[in-house]
Design a protein around this ligand. Structure first.
Ligand code: DP6
Length: 318
């Protein structure tokens, strides 16, 4: 096959990846745990054997750093590859802290590998996806996924690992969209800056592994209250580490705090809901399927738009 298309869903980390133990191999300084979410998706077609390297995202030709990131990833898959045309579409806002790079690089490696005609294991693909963007290693799998730091120097044991499938637990993730433009500081730059300048960074990396151990148990036993508490604490500790950087890094906007307050009021009124934020101002809220409408109504009072997401399946070739 010389043309192939793949679809991948983004994931939201419930326990966060923030920091790198090896920049060249893109190995994480923390383990993480995520939920893959539909109907958000990236659909990517790779034409393996074209006149020139070209990468298109949502109808726009990528250049500079963005294009280099795509083609460097294809070079890893095959250093002797032919020139390729990559066409990618997201059905959700790109680069607004909504994890578009997670679905992007998962769909890219899967489509490129199918187009090249070379069989690869899902673990190998998950390592290639990690090199493109760390969080992408989790988006090759559906449902609940862990990404361990790994111990090998070459990073071959640091990739997404499925924890429980999409249908394991009927939860919802609501996204309070506060700002949908591209973000100011990329997650890559933000985490490197935090690691280099924040006195809180070592404490963050020290606490993170325990969060993953406890979150894994909460997912397995479907204990939403236990999981929710870990989700909030992981997000707040990650953001605290970057706010203590020099100069400080804060992705929040006033609407972020308004959404956090809305979630706390919901909980005070007996609705189980827990917030998390990534490298952007938007707030994502974890809740049970049965409470999703109540959460949506509360967030609608403080957000421009509210999106409702549910556990999604693994990345797949079309
Ligand atoms: C806050 O995976 O985008 O969303 O590996 O440098 O591409 P790179 O970073 P990326 O970082 C994601 C950071 C996060 C937390 C998470 O998804 O675990």
């Amino acid at each position: 096959m010389t043309i192939a298309t793949a679809i991948a869903h983004p994931n939201i980390a419930l326990c966060k990846y923030w920091g790198k133990r090896d920049r060249a191999l893109n190995l994480p300084a923390t383990p993480s745990l995520s939920l893959t979410l539909a109907p958000y998706a990236t659909r990517t077609t790779v034409n393996w054997g074209a006149e020139a390297d070209e990468a298109w995202l949502n109808g726009k030709l990528l250049d500079g750093k963005e294009a280099r990131r795509v083609f460097m990833n294809l070079d890893l898959l095959d250093p002797w590859r032919p020139r390729c045309v990559v066409t990618s579409e997201n059905n959700f806002p790109t680069a607004a802290g909504l994890a578009s790079s997670s679905s992007g690089f998962a769909a890219l490696v899967l489509a490129a590998s199918a187009a090249s005609g070379r069989q690869r294991s899902i673990e190998e693909l998950a390592v290639f996806a990690r090199r493109g963007s760390g969080s992408a290693t989790r988006s090759l799998y559906g449902g609940w996924v862990e990404w361990p730091m790994g111990t090998r120097a070459d990073g071959t044991d640091s990739h997404g690992i499925p924890l429980a499938p999409q249908d394991h637990w009927d939860v919802r993730m609501l996204v309070a969209v506060l700002v949908s433009g591209p973000k100011g500081t990329s997650s890559t730059d933000g985490m490197v800056h935090t690691q280099q300048t924040s006195p809180y960074f070592p404490v963050w990396t020290e606490c993170a592994p325990r969060d993953v151990v406890e979150a894994r148990a909460a997912v397995k036993s479907r204990d939403l209250e236990a999981l929710g508490a870990i989700v909030e604490r992981s997000a707040m500790r990650m953001h605290a580490s970057m706010m203590a950087a020099d100069p400080p890094l804060c992705y929040w906007r006033s609407g972020t705090l308004a959404a956090i307050e809305a979630v706390k009021s919901l909980r005070a009124s007996g609705v189980g809901a827990w917030y998390t934020m990534d490298a952007g101002p938007n707030v994502k809220v974890l809740t049970a399927a049965a409470d999703a409408e109540k959460v949506r109504a509360a967030l609608a009072a403080v957000a421009d738009r509210v999106e409702l997401l549910a556990p999604g399946g693994p990345a797949r070739v079309e």
